[in-house]
Write a protein that binds this ligand. Structure first.
Ligand code: A3P
Length: 299
């Protein structure tokens, strides 16, 4: 499977309200099968708000589990087939649920952007391990804006100012960033099998984050292997690698923006005006006033 060998049948959808969350039909069309998804106890769910570094951590986990044993997988199977995106239902291709059901690996690595209350309940019943990656709101908003510009399966983002307002109002796909990051953070209080990590920490010291992941997952990878993985998942390496740079997805328009765009902490400073920043900070303080969750917007 080299990628999607499909006609471009995806077009910009309308934003809909779905169970109180802004969504597009590509993520809700398979809802019944999705909610009935049967997780297995050794499944690993990679959960993120969009643009938090999902692909980065997916590739780290894939290499940790299968990097040294399955060479062909590394050279011929794009990351979105190795780590199915559970809620997807794009026309003309298998749904995320079908892809996950057919995964031949143990463990199965499965990706979701669903807010915590919409995650299929079998993951909790089976006490699956969950790796959650969070990224500061400002860089997430910038990354999401550029992604929506180039991704024809997303609603048109409009200009930056319009998009930023929508982001603050939670009117983009998968709903409010604030509730998403806090929902998984609070879940940690009652569910110990969540490893909560930050994009900013990965950017600062990828090797240390790989080590923490190994401890959480109970993997004893020798230092040389961890170093090899850290190198392979460097931004430049992943941008060059056709198995991780999403270059074979027909509804992503790389002429507008690449998927692997900058990979930086603090790019928001190149986008926010002083006025936007002040307004955002004020709104942020209100939205995040009752959580202990803290983010860094620069490193
Ligand atoms: P930017 O748009 O800021 O560059 P996701 O996989 O959740 O969609 O996240 C995509 C974001 O993560 C993009 O951010 C992308 O460049 C960044 N990213 C992906 N792999 C990365 C890596 N190895 N190092 C740094 N950033 C990475």
């Amino acid at each position: 499977m080299e990628g999607f060998d499909l006609p471009l049948t995806v077009s910009r959808p309308e934003l809909i309200d779905f169970e109180g969350i802004s969504m597009v039909h590509y993520f809700t069309d398979n809802w019944e099968n999705l909610q009935n998804f049967q997780a297995r106890p050794d499944d690993i769910l990679i959960a993120t708000y969009p643009k938090a570094g999902t692909t980065w951590v997916s590739y780290i986990l894939d290499l940790l589990y299968f990097g040294s044993t399955a060479q062909e997988r590394q050279t011929s199977l794009p990351i979105y087939f190795r780590v199915p995106f559970l809620e997807t239902a794009f026309p003309g291709m298998p749904s995320g649920v079908e892809l996950a059901d057919k995964l031949p690996t143990t463990p199965r690595l499965i990706k979701t952007h669903l807010p915590i209350q919409l995650v299929p309940k079998s993951f909790w019943e089976q006490n699956c391990r969950v790796v959650y990656v969070a990224r500061n709101a400002k860089d997430t908003a910038v990354s999401f804006f550029h992604f929506d510009r180039m991704n024809m399966s997303q609603p048109d983002p409009g200009d930056w100012n319009t998009f930023l307002q929508k982001f603050m109002d939670g009117k983009n796909v998968f709903g409010p960033w604030y509730d998403h990051v806090c929902g998984y953070w609070e879940k940690k209080l009652t569910y110990s099998n969540i490893h909560y990590m930050f994009f900013e920490d990965m950017a600062k010291d990828t090797g240390r984050e790989v080590e923490h992941l190994c401890s959480f997952l109970g993997i004893s990878a020798p230092i040389e292997e961890r170093e090899r993985i850290t190198e392979a998942v460097h931004f430049d390496a992943m941008k060059q690698n056709n198995m991780t740079n999403y270059s074979n997805i027909p509804f992503l328009d790389f002429k507008i923006s690449p998927f692997m765009r900058k990979g930086k902490v603090g790019d928001w400073k190149n986008h926010f005006t002083v006025a936007q920043n002040e307004q955002f900070d004020e709104h942020y303080k209100q939205k995040m006033k009752s959580t202990t969750l803290q983010f860094r917007t620069q490193i």
